[in-house]
Design a protein around this ligand. Structure first.
Ligand code: DGL
Length: 260
């Protein structure tokens, strides 16, 4: 049985990378909807339609034991529809990441960053409060982090990255948070600069949280030669370079598919 990993584009490769690190013997098939990325600025209706249409392709092509919705925006806006319409267990990123943040936080003051779609949905706040009704949440969209990560301007020495991080994250210092949810696939690449901007704040990384959740998934069984397959809906110029930066290594089998 293969574990499917679905994202709006390349970002979910950070989640896949964490899955490969934790469960190296489990077969995986990735689908990035690169023709329609970004999802983070679109309406709930559009994200739901895109996510259902793309995830269905993966379910039809592969014999999936479970589907991981690596995209935070799709997890925040379309998880119920995906669970309702697909015939496989669907694991989103919001629940495991919020759980990790709640268990890490000592003072109950939790920051959340993500795309505009994720932040406006309130999905992380609701989940954090469900787990700890006393918790206080502070949520802000950081849309420029996405192109920054894709461009590879992520080093702590990069002046532009530092200025953007400072502009977005400084208000969290006033809020007195001790934990920050990285609610977007791209943000693990910016961990260094985020730590530098908010020292002493624990980062709750969605990629690691979902990989840990998958360890408990019964269909995530070891295989002798685990599948590594990658589907994309478009191959934009320079795709491999960006994808490999997110995955941390070369992509073997890249298949372009048309969603019509
Ligand atoms: N994958 C998206 C997320 O995690 C970020 C990129 C996009 O906007 O599609 O929310």
């Amino acid at each position: 049985m293969t574990i499917g990993v679905f994202d709006s584009g390349v970002g979910g490769l950070t989640v896949l990378r964490a899955v490969h690190r934790r469960l190296p013997e489990v077969g995986t098939a990735y689908l990035g909807d690169t023709a329609r990325v970004p999802y983070g600025t679109r309406s709930k209706e559009t994200v739901t339609r895109y996510a259902l249409n793309a995830a269905r392709l993966l379910v039809e092509r592969e014999s999936l034991g479970a589907l991981v919705v690596a995209c935070n925006t799709a997890s925040a806006l379309a998880l119920d529809a995906l669970r309702d319409k697909l015939d496989v267990p669907v694991i989103g990123v919001v629940e495991p990441t919020a759980a990790r943040a709640v268990s890490e936080s000592k003072n109950g003051r939790i920051g959340i960053i993500g795309t505009p779609g994720t932040i406006h949905s309130g999905a992380y706040e609701r989940e954090v409060r469900r787990l700890n009704p006393e918790a206080q949440t502070f949520a802000r969209a950081c849309p420029l982090f996405v192109p920054l990560a894709e461009e590879g301007w992520t080093s702590g020495d990069d002046e532009i990255a530092r200025l953007i991080a400072e502009r977005y994250l400084a208000p969290f210092r006033e809020d007195g948070i001790d934990t920050l949810i990285l609610g977007c696939t791209h943000y693990p690449l910016l961990e260094g600069i985020i730590e530098q901007t908010l020292p002493n704040v624990v980062l709750a990384d969605a990629a690691e949280a979902v990989a840990a959740a998958l360890e408990l998934e019964p269909s995530a069984r070891p295989e002798k030669t685990p599948l590594r397959r990658y589907y994309v809906t478009d191959v934009p110029k320079g795709f491999r370079l960006v994808a490999e930066r997110f995955l941390g290594r070369e992509i073997e089998e890249l298949l372009e598919v048309d969603l019509g």
